[in-house]
Write a protein that binds this ligand. Structure first.
Ligand code: HEC
Length: 159
């Protein structure tokens, strides 16, 4: 009995560690290509993944906060909807699934620091070439950017 328990435990541990390495594998196999790209643009690897701006560390995202998201929705309608729609390309890209395309930190840095993002980040340069308009800073505080991010997290789940 003890042996069986030990075996089950061992295989569970093995499975858990497999899961972990699967998640990490794509990143690490791309690491050197990413490092080269980052170097080419004078960015750190963190900046390549998460953008350039005031958000310099990974955020600790808790479960969705509906009130925060509804404050974010209001802000989005006031400050962003002139250029962005959720589901269609407009002056800028559709935003419903932005959270799947970019990291939360990248999204906040884009909101808080679009000028520098446009000047330095290869992904934003690509977008600029597609949309031919530069996003501008909309006077959004860090806290408000976090609320807009919460709104993006919410609408992505409502697809
Ligand atoms: C003047 C028009 C304009 C306004 C206003 C604007 N944006 Fe943008 N946004 C753009 C354009 C255009 C792009 C594509 C990058 C570029 O060309 O600058 C973009 C890109 C983005 C991206 C990156 C999308 C991606 O897939 O990488 C995010 C996130 C974003 N905007 C969020 C916002 C938020 C949130 C607001 C409101 C606080 C906002 N934008 C206001 C025009 C605008």
């Amino acid at each position: 009995m003890k042996l069986i328990k030990a075996l089950i435990l061992a295989s569970l541990l093995l499975l858990a560690s497999c899961g972990e390495s699967k998640e990490k594998a794509p990143e690490s196999s791309n690491d050197s290509a990413k490092e080269k790209l980052a170097q080419k643009f004078g960015l750190t690897l963190f900046e390549l993944e998460n953008g350039v701006g005031p958000i310099k560390e990974k955020l600790d995202l808790s479960p969705l906060d509906i009130e925060m998201a509804s404050r974010g929705q209001k802000l989005f309608e006031e400050k962003c909807a002139s250029c962005h729609k959720l589901d269609e390309r407009f002056t800028g890209p559709a935003q419903r699934d932005v959270i799947e395309r970019r990291t939360p930190e990248y999204i906040m840095n884009m909101i808080l620091n679009p000028e520098e993002m446009i000047a330095k980040h290869p992904e934003v340069k690509k977008m600029l070439a597609m949309y031919m308009t530069s996003m501008t800073y909309q006077n959004v505080s860090k806290e408000q950017a976090r609320e807009i991010l919460e709104y993006f997290r919410k609408v992505d789940k409502e697809k």
